[in-house]
Write a protein that binds this ligand. Structure first.
Ligand code: NAD
Length: 368
């Protein structure tokens, strides 16, 4: 059997710096656990524009379609701000998401005990928090037609359309229900069925699929505005949440901030299963290219490392190795090892990007 394949796209700014630490974890898995990946590397974003005049070359797109999973660092930077919209660095990322048809965006919000003080909420509200938001990513109001700014009479009108088909709702519902089955068998679906027909359909389809195909999962429904309140009031009541593109955009950012630093947040975007049964998949940290600290060895690589842990779990069925990597990160944080973004009033051991990688590798060694 051939090795599982990975395409690494480090991108711009701190992307290559944080990805270098993931490469070390990949090498560690090969050397110490006998888990070997076929790794290829490519360009995306501003660096791809500099070389090819496009933020994603067709050959790189073809490679992304062919591998088992794509790992991306970050794209963008001020030097690209004035480029034409069609070749901006973000277009490379959007093209990947669109052409791979990555309809389910997984955003975990996990609060490591050692960082509970970083949350703007009280420590006991967030300590031990571990929830997963599944956001529909390829449809809804960001894509629906008609859209645009039109003139009606003597004034302009801005129009966007919230549109969901049953099959679009069904596929993201199944993705969330499958996740719930692997976690605590609890799913909360959020929409606004009280005021939106698309919400009525959303609730109907989720309920039907849950009842017919997932009787073992406890499914509840909540209006998204109440969901936002509950997320900051008592977030630990949730496990997996599924919601549409617009509400998911807002609720996942809200949930993410419960946990403190942007440098800690991983994500996965999944599509339909490929011939080998693995889903189309793109893993990336939530943060951007952080031009303000790029090239200074200050970036926190944990979001990127945890994104790779998600790849181990969701693309490669290596849940035990994902647990090992997440526990290594937890231990490093508990030991007080801190990149600058994690340095709070209680202090800690200040480290560079590479220093954080060293500490994670040492914790992985200690786990054997
Ligand atoms: P950003 O996430 O890059 O940075 C926001 C702040 O968080 C900065 O102060 C930065 O130093 C800090 N930060 C981010 N990641 C960090 C890490 N790993 N360790 C330590 N500190 C970290 O967001 P921004 O400043 O709004 O955007 C900068 C560029 O990134 C822009 O060009 C933007 O378009 C792009 N961007 C890309 C993505 C992506 O690639 N998915 C996402 C967001 C923004």
């Amino acid at each position: 059997m051939s090795n599982p394949s990975l395409l690494i796209l480090p991108g711009d700014g701190i992307g290559p710096e944080v990805m270098a630490e993931v490469r070390r974890v990949i090498d560690w898995l090969g050397a110490k656990r006998g888990i070997v990946f076929d790794v290829s590397e490519g360009l995306v974003g501003g660096c791809a524009y500099d070389k090819y005049g496009t933020p994603l070359h067709d050959d790189t797109m073809a490679q992304a379609q062919a591998v088992d999973a794509v790992l991306l660092g970050a794209v963008g930077g001020p030097q690209y701000d004035n480029l034409d919209f069609s070749v901006k660095p973000e277009r490379g990322l959007l093209r990947l998401r669109k052409e791979m048809d990555l309809f389910a965006n997984l955003r975990p919000a996990q609060c490591f005990d050692a960082l509970a003080d970083f949350s703007s909420l009280k420590k006991d509200v967030v300590a031990g928090l571990d929830i997963m938001i599944v956001r529909e990513l390829t449809s809804g109001v960001y894509f629906g037609e008609p859209r645009g700014i039109f003139t009606e009479g003597n004034e302009r009108v801005g129009i966007n359309t919230q549109r969901y088909t049953e099959s679009e709702i069904a596929r993201v519902a199944r993705a969330a229900l499958e996740l719930a089955r692997k976690r605590s068998k609890k799913l909360c679906s959020m929409e606004k069925a009280n005021v939106m027909e698309s919400g009525v359909l959303w609730r109907d389809v989720v309920s039907k699929i849950a009842a017919e195909e997932y009787p073992d999962i406890a499914v509840s429904h909540m209006y998204a505005d109440n969901g936002a309140m509950q997320l900051v009031r008592a977030p630990k009541q949730f496990d997996v949440i599924v919601t549409d593109n617009l509400f998911g955009d807002i609720l996942s950012d809200c949930a993410a901030m419960l946990t403190g630093s942007l440098g800690m947040l991983p994500s996965a975007s999944l599509g339909a299963p490929m011939k080998n049964g693995r889903p189309k998949a793109l893993y990336e940290p939530v943060h951007g290219s952080a031009p303000d600290i790029a090239g200074q060895g200050k970036a926190n690589p944990i979001a990127c490392i945890l994104s790779f842990a998600m790849a181990l779990r969701y693309s490669f069925d290596l849940g035990a190795e994902a647990d090992r990597l997440e526990k290594a990160v937890e231990k490093v944080l508990a030991d007080g090892v801190r990149t600058a973004d994690l340095m709070g009033p209680e202090g800690g051991v200040p480290v560079s990007t590479t220093g954080m990688g060293d500490a994670v590798l040492a914790a992985l060694d200690a786990s054997l």
